[in-house]
Design a protein around this ligand. Sequence first.
Ligand code: ADP
Ligand code: MG
Length: 258
Amino acid sequence: MISPSSSPDSTVKDPGHPLVELSHVEKHFGSLHVLKDINLSVNKGEVLVVVGPSGSGKSTMCRTVNRLEGIDSGVIRIDGKELPQEGKELAMLRAEVGMVFQSFNLFANKTILENVTLAPMRVRHMSKADAEDLAMDMLSRVGVDSQASKMPSQLSGGQQQRVAIARALAMKPKVMLFDEPTSALDPEMVNEVLDVMVGLAKEGMTMICVTHEMGFARKAADRIVFMADGRILESGTPEEFFDHAQTKRAKDFLSKIL
Ligand code: ADP
Ligand code: MG
């Protein structure tokens, strides 16, 4: 189903198949209105990059997509199915949304391999042997398979973040959310993580990426969404956004970061 707000757009991939849809989403934290009439439709295979000043609601919007945060009103659909409030159905839908955060969130007391096998065994009920095969595939996909038996603290930040990506991929998600995955990394490790993300994008993964890495945004994004004060103010191709921003807020933002 296509939300009323999603207009035909020649730049989007597979426009008949929105994998993630937010329609008239509203969210408050107490008296703070953090998401204001958010309408967004991400198609299969599309790479959406979300940019905007700190505090504009980017993380909150990402977190509502798998209900780490509830919403006050509006509708969120994953692959056409409305997100349920709770229960087993929510767990299943959540499993289809891979999430990678700024802080790597690996389980410190488990090996790299165990970090990746845990959810496939618990949520997908895979056997240990199958989960380990799968985990090694995912770890080699992000180039850290040689670290499988180590503990997270023995890895660099860039390696840990790649493990976090492998862990999310092991659930075979339909969409991957990245919330500033390189912001906590030392500069020399940023590219190894961005390269993995570019690779995923090229393989056709549907992705929503919040990032301040404008080189990545230009290179990998099919579409850029600019948020400020809880609203989506602009949505367009990288060329449209970077070279022809419409709003003063976006122009100010760009003048500070470019
Ligand atoms: P961004 O990711 O764009 O920096 P956030 O989504 O983190 O923005 O935050 C949007 C606004 O909501 C900010 O004003 C922030 O302080 C506030 N906020 C975020 N999380 C919470 C929370 N759990 N409780 C109260 N306020 C929050
Ligand atoms: Mg944030």
